[in-house]
Design a protein. Structure first.
Length: 217
């Protein structure tokens, strides 16, 4: 049995949970409180971060490494078979990580200028995605891939943001909007978070001394 060491709101954990679900691999989820990290977690997490994947006596860390390990060991393959297309997918996964970094700033910065700059940066990255998306429904077309596992948790934030603020991130980007809808409907994506995820995220956002929390008021 694999164990995924997790935190309820972590988008990087969701990548691994989605990949595991897509591959039909049973796993146990062990949540940690990142505000109060237990000693056992400190002992096995070199960077003090989740996700970790415990595989027998080995502990894997870094979500990209974890999903690549799952890709090498568990069918079905989610990456495309052709090396150049696969490299392209990995590159867009990196864009997904930079989008998560922008979102973190949106969630936490008290500074309006920094907030506005990140909102623009996000808009620009999704505008570039609009230009590379094809017919869908997923990033690579008909088949769900690891790029989808990276972007689904990023899109999920906007389900909560949209209730409080109009960031205009996806305005006039119909392919990105359709992609977002397709991912939200996917079973593996739905099952990657707890049922009250949105309530928990909203509570987390309100606890921040941030520009966004002010807008939510
Ligand atoms: N590059 C890492 C990022 C993981 C990450 O930032 N995890 C956050 C939660 S979403 C974390 O564990 N933060 C705890 C800390 O930094 O103390 C990955 O891809 O796994």
């Amino acid at each position: 049995m694999l164990t995924l060491v997790s935190f309820d709101l972590c988008p990087y954990v969701q990548r691994a949970a989605i990949a595991l679900a897509e591959k039909g691999v049973p796993f146990e989820r062990r949540d940690v409180d990142l505000a109060n990290k237990p000693d056992w977690f400190d002992a096995i997490s070199p960077l003090g971060k989740v996700p970790l994947l415990q595989v027998d006596d080995e502990v894997l860390f870094e979500s990209a490494v974890i999903v690549e390990y799952l890709e090498e060991t568990q069918a079905p393959r989610l990456h495309p078979a052709e090396p150049l297309v696969r490299a392209r997918h990995r590159a867009w996964m990196e864009v997904g990580s930079s989008i998560l970094a922008d979102i973190w700033t949106l969630e936490t910065t008290p500074d309006r200028a920094a907030f506005d700059a990140k909102a623009l940066s996000l808009r620009d990255k999704f505008r570039r995605l609009e230009a590379v998306l094809d017919r869908g429904p997923y990033f690579g077309g008909e088949h769900f891939s690891l790029v989808d596992a990276v972007f689904a948790p990023a899109f999920r934030y906007f389900d909560v943001f949209d209730r409080f603020v109009d960031l205009g991130t996806f305005t006039d980007l119909p392919k990105v909007q359709a992609w977002r809808r397709a991912l939200a409907a996917r079973r593996s994506v739905k099952s990657a978070v707890v049922v009250d995820y949105e309530v928990r995220l909203e509570a987390f956002l309100r606890r921040q001394e941030s520009w966004l929390a002010g807008l939510m008021e």
